[in-house]
Design a binder for this molecule. Structure first.
Ligand code: UD1
Ligand code: CA
Length: 471
């Protein structure tokens, strides 16, 4: 099994190697690699460009890499496979830019090859618009003649809609000697693997793919978007089959590695990405964006942005709240509207219902964080923590100036700026004391009336204002 992935990907117009561009959250190479490994877990080689560090990292032991130092074409890429790996048995070759290929299709190709005595079995497809692909040229009686690349095709050949998918099963015995005979006398000046098909000695067999979508080759970003759309639909279909309700698949985006439990419901405009998992009976969305987070059972998340966080079961978040990395919410926590939480552990049953900012804090169980509370964590140089004990009632608009520790069963007065630790069971109020000036309103009104009576007329005043404006 060989996956070719060393190409430049010029048509992507990108600084990133083509095969690293993600499809449904996974580098496209890993999709092709997964299909290859599913068929032959033992011997999967990946031809890569040694200058593409990221590619080596992505392959990360999923396959053995073979360096192709110069990108002289797909035939040249395959020729980099060392003699030690050049067995006489079937060699399946696929390209790293076809993320939609299913393992079942590779298996079918391999089986068809084994059953026949062909020197090579090629997976083909019929596309309504074959632009960009190599065409399968046949003789009048339908026998395979050759693959011609679009660049080298005649007007008539370009009209052919049967294409070469880029998935082949060669007989090793025939393949390796044929690669030595490749030439690069073509428009691209490359050593085409497609020419090896002509050079192998023996029968050429073709197998047509059932679903042409599977062999979409990603050469540019338009095709990347196309692959993303198809993959997304596959992922959602799988989720629905697994018992998740997706209200509107057209506006729901779920990455490949996301898990969602049975009887959970995903409302429109929700985006679940990375290593996210959600439990059973959750209601997610509308407008939920969740990345790399673990969500328990029975959670309710609406119009919220959640990243690298953990929610135990029966947690409610939103609308309009943001959980930044390291938010760790225990059972039954309720985060309401316009709350921001970061790097904080929030104990079971605690509520943070309105307009609060809880940063670098540890909050106990059954605490009520009043509206407008802020744990001020940053002094301009470093970050500090706020600790709040169980059952504490934080009055609205309290500011905790960290580092500060608040005991259990504490009350803080609304509008307090808490700068010192508060022992358990106490009330802390830190705000100017209220002052009452009796009869003040009547005296003020009288003063204003007197001033208006002696003031110049409104018209004169306006002119004056305009003059100020001119200056
Ligand atoms: C190739 C086929 C074409 C087929 C199409 C299907 C050839 C000559 N043409 O064209 O018949 O219809 O795929 O999608 O094979 N690569 C290397 N080293 C290189 C060049 C390419 O490893 O020197 C890898 C690329 O990373 C890529 C794959 O081979 O994953 C295919 O290369 P690409 O340039 O995309 O070939 P196409 O022009 O699409
Ligand atoms: Ca391609």
């Amino acid at each position: 099994m060989v996956v070719l992935a060393a190409g430049k990907g010029v048509r992507m117009n990108s600084r990133i190697p083509k095969v690293l561009h993600p499809v449904a959250g996974r580098p496209m190479l890993l999709w092709a690699l997964a299909a290859a490994k599913a068929v032959d877990p033992e011997r999967t080689l990946v031809v890569t460009n040694p200058d593409h560090d990221g590619v080596q990292a992505a392959v990360n032991g999923e396959g053995q890499t073979v360096p192709q130092r110069e990108q002289l074409g797909t035939g040249h890429a395959l020729a980099q496979v060392a003699a030690a790996h050049r067995g006489a048995g079937p060699v399946v070759v696929l390209y790293g830019d076809m993320p939609l290929l299913r393992e079942e299709t590779v298996t079918r190709l391999l089986k068809a090859h084994r059953k026949s005595a062909a020197a090579v079995t090629i997976l083909t497809a019929t596309f309504r618009d074959p632009t960009g692909y190599g065409r399968v040229v046949r003789s009048r009686n339908g026998l395979f003649r050759k693959i011609v690349e679009e660049k080298d095709a005649s007007e008539e050949e370009r009209g052919i809609t049967e294409i070469n998918s880029g998935v082949y099963c060669f007989s090793g015995r025939e393949l390796w000697p044929a690669l030595l005979k490749l030439e690069n006398r073509n428009r691209a000046g490359e050593y085409y693997l497609t020419d090896a098909v002509r050079l192998v000695k023996g029968k050429v067999q073709t197998v047509e793919v059932d679903d042409p979508d599977e062999v979409l080759g990603i050469n540019d970003r338009r095709q990347l978007a196309q692959a993303e759309a198809t993959m997304r639909r596959r992922i959602l279909d799988k989720l629905m089959a697994d018992g998740v309700t997706v209200t509107d698949p057209a506006t729901t985006y779920v990455d490949a590695d996301v898990r969602v439990g049975r009887d959970s419901l995903i409302h429109p405009f929700s985006v679940l990405t990375g290593a996210t998992s959600a439990g059973e009976d959750c209601v997610i969305g509308p407008f939920a964006q969740i990345r790399d987070s673990v969500i328990g059972d029975g959670c309710r998340i609406e119009r919220a942005h959640i990243e690298a966080s953990r929610l135990a079961s029966n947690v409610t978040v939103g609308p309009f709240s943001r959980l930044r990395p390291g938010s760790d919410l225990d059972e039954g926590v309720k985060v309401g509207t316009h709350a921001e939480i970061k790097n904080s552990r929030i104990g079971a049953g605690t509520t943070i219902s309105h307009f609060s900012c809880v940063l670098d804090s540890t909050v106990g169980a059954n605490v009520n964080i009043g509206a407008g509370t802020i744990t001020a964590n940053y002094d301009g140089e470093s970050k500090h923590r706020t600790d709040i004990g169980d059952r504490t009632q934080v009055g609205s608009d309290t500011i905790f100036v960290a580092p500060v520790t608040i005991g259990s069963d504490v009350y803080t007065g609304a509008g307090s700026v808490i700068t010192r630790d508060v022992p358990a069971g106490s009330l802390a109020i830190a705000r100017p004391e209220q002052k009452i000036v009796e009869g003040w309103t009547a005296r003020r009104r009288a003063r204003r009336k007197k001033a208006a009576d002696v003031a110049p007329k409104a018209g004169t005043q306006k002119a004056g204002t305009r003059e100020v404006g001119k200056r």
